[in-house]
Design a protein around this ligand. Structure first.
Ligand code: GLU
Length: 473
C-alpha cells in the first residue's frame, strides 16, 4: 500500500493548451481579464488552444449573473476561447473517480481523524507557535474501518523539496515538510476544489497554467496530484497582481475594478482596454500601441515583469484616445447613438458626418457623446458654466456683426464661411479668436468643439443663424 511519487517532470513536447479558469463569484475584474489575455496570446503565439473553464464548484457563491458578466466581458475584449466552456461542477464525479484511483494505487489514504483530534492538533500548533501541519496517523495504516466517517487525503511527499521552474517567477522551492497531506475528498465523498483544478487541467490537456501569483502556493499542493497520477505536468507561469496607483492591491477604492464599468460607464473601447491590459505587466521595448495581431506575434512570458504593475487610468485614457481616433466613423456613430438611445437615420448621418472632427478630441465615448450633443441640442442652448463668460463683454456686438455677415453668405461651405468670419474680425479690429470663441459658445454651448467652420456646416445655415441670433443684440 505504500507508493513513491515520481518527482521527475515528464517531457513537455505537447502542443500548447492554455486556459482561463475564473470563479463566477463576481464580475470579470481587471486582473482576471489580463490573465485571460495572457493565456490567449500565449496560446495563439504558439498556434495552440485557449480554453475556458468556469470554476463553479462553490455552489453558494457562484451565480448566473457572474457567469454572464464573465462571458460578455471576454467577448467584448475579443478573448475568444476555443470550443465550449467547461463547467467544473458538472465534472464532480470524474474528480472523485481520480481520488479513488489514488486511493487504490496507494497514493492517497483514508484519514479518520476526528474533529476533536484535529482541534487538538490545531491547539498544539498554536501553543508551540508553529504553523499547523497535519500529520495524520492514518497515513500508513490500512486497517480502514467501513463504519466511520473519513476524508481521503493525498499522500504527499514528506522529504526533500519541490521546485517549480516558474516561467515568470523563476525557480521557486518549497520544502515538502511544509506541505501537509491535502484532503482530496470530504467526508461526504465530494471532491475539493484543488483536486478539481488538477483533474480538469489534465483532462483538458492544459500544458501551461498561466494565472495570478496568488495561486503560486496552490501549485505546490497541485503538483503532487499530477505526480501521484503519473500525468504530464504543466508548466507554470504565475503573474504578479495588479496594484492601484498607491501601490496597494487593486480594490474598489481605487475606482472600478470590473471590466463592464470601463465599457458601460467610462466609455473605453475594447481594443484600448486590451492594449492597456497587455502593457500592464508585459513589455516589448518602448512600444505602447500594440494591436492584437502584433501582440500575438510578440507575446512571450519572458516579457512579463516580476513585480506588481500599477493601474493608471490616465494612461488607459490616452490609449483610448488613440484608438478612438483610429476607429471607423460608422462604428463610433453606432456607439454614441447607443449612448443617446436614438436610432433615426438623419441623426446618425449627422453624427457620422461630424465624427472625423469629433473624434480628434475625445479620450472616451462619454466625451465623444458630450462633444456631439450640440448637434442635437434645441434652442435656446444650454451654455456650459465655464463657457458663459465668453458671451459677455463685447460678445453680443460681435455676434450681431457675424449674423449679418453670415446671413449674406450663399455658399455655406467651410471656405466661404471662413472668409466671412475673418472679414468680420478684421472689420472689428480684433483677432480671429476673439470672434471665434463667442461664436463657438453660441453654436455649441461649450468652450471646445470641432473646428468652428465645420460646426457651421454641420449645423446648417438656418440653425446656425438662429443660434447666433439668440445671443446677438
Ligand atoms: N478559479 C481561480 C480564480 O478565479 C483560478 C484557478 C486557477 O487558475 O488555477 O482565481
Amino acid at each position: 500500500m505504500s507508493a513513491t511519487i515520481d518527482t521527475a517532470a515528464p517531457p513537455r513536447d505537447r502542443n500548447v493548451v492554455t486556459r482561463f479558469a475564473p470563479s463566477p463569484t463576481g464580475f470579470l475584474h481587471l486582473g482576471g481579464a489580463r490573465t485571460a489575455l495572457f493565456n490567449l496570446l500565449f496560446a495563439r503565439a504558439h498556434g495552440g488552444k485557449f480554453l475556458l473553464r468556469i470554476e463553479d464548484t462553490d455552489r453558494a457563491r457562484s451565480t448566473q449573473p457572474a457567469i454572464d458578466a464573465i462571458l460578455s466581458g471576454m467577448t467584448w475584449l475579443g478573448l475568444d476561447w476555443d470550443g465550449d466552456a467547461v463547467f467544473q461542477a458538472t465534472r464532480a464525479e470524474r474528480h472523485a473517480e481520480v481520488a479513488h484511483q489514488m486511493l487504490n494505487s496507494g497514493h492517497a489514504y483514508r484519514c479518520y481523524l476526528t474533529p476533536d483530534e484535529l482541534a487538538a492538533m490545531r491547539a498544539a500548533a498554536e501553543a508551540a507557535k508553529k504553523p499547523l501541519r497535519i500529520r495524520s496517523p492514518w497515513r500508513d495504516r490500512t486497517d480502514w474501518p467501513d463504519d466511520k466517517p473519513y476524508v481521503v487525503r493525498l499522500k504527499a511527499p514528506t522529504e526533500g523539496a519541490t521546485t517549480i521552474p516558474d516561467l515568470v517567477q523563476g525557480d521557486v522551492t518549497v520544502q515538502n515538510v511544509e506541505i501537509d497531506d491535502l484532503v482530496l475528498l470530504r467526508s461526504d465523498g465530494t471532491p475539493v476544489y484543488m483536486l478539481a483544478v488538477v483533474v480538469d487541467d489534465h483532462d483538458m490537456g492544459v500544458t501551461h497554467v498561466i494565472r495570478g501569483d496568488d495561486h503560486l502556493n496552490n501549485a505546490f499542493r497541485q503538483l503532487p496530484i499530477y505526480r501521484a497520477m503519473g500525468w504530464p505536468e504543466p508548466a507554470y507561469a504565475h503573474i504578479p497582481l495588479i496594484h492601484g496607483s498607491d501601490g496597494a492591491k487593486l480594490s474598489k477604492r481605487h475606482g472600478a475594478v470590473g471590466i463592464e464599468a470601463y465599457r458601460d460607464e467610462l466609455g473605453i473601447l475594447p481594443e484600448a482596454m486590451g492594449n492597456y491590459l497587455l502593457r500592464l505587466g508585459w513589455g516589448h521595448g518602448d512600444d505602447e500601441i500594440i494591436d492584437r495581431d502584433q501582440a500575438v506575434e510578440w507575446f512571450d512570458l519572458a516579457g512579463v515583469g516580476k513585480s506588481p504593475s500599477r493601474f493608471d487610468l490616465k494612461k488607459l485614457e490616452n490609449l483610448n484616445g488613440h484608438y478612438i481616433r483610429a476607429a471607423d466613423d460608422a462604428r463610433l456613430t453606432g456607439l454614441v447613438a447607443e449612448k443617446f438611445g436614438f436610432e433615426d437615420a438623419a441623426r446618425r448621418d449627422l453624427l457620422t458626418q461630424a465624427m472625423p472632427s469629433l473624434k480628434a478630441r475625445a479620450a472616451n465615448l462619454n466625451e465623444l457623446a458630450a462633444g456631439s450633443a450640440f448637434l442635437f441640442a434645441t434652442r435656446p442652448l444650454q451654455i456650459d458654466e465655464a463657457a458663459a463668460p465668453l458671451l459677455q463683454d463685447g460678445a453680443s456686438a460681435l455676434l450681431t456683426r457675424l449674423h449679418a455677415a453670415l446671413d449674406a453668405v450663399h455658399n455655406w461651405d467651410t471656405e466661404t464661411l471662413e472668409d466671412a468670419v475673418r472679414r468680420v474680425a478684421e472689420d472689428a479690429g480684433v483677432k480671429l479668436g476673439q470672434v471665434a470663441q463667442p461664436l463657438r459658445v453660441a453654436l455649441t454651448g461649450r468652450k471646445t468643439s470641432p473646428g468652428i467652420f465645420d460646426v457651421l456646416v454641420l449645423l446648417g445655415r438656418d440653425e446656425s443663424l438662429a443660434r447666433i441670433a439668440d445671443h446677438a443684440v
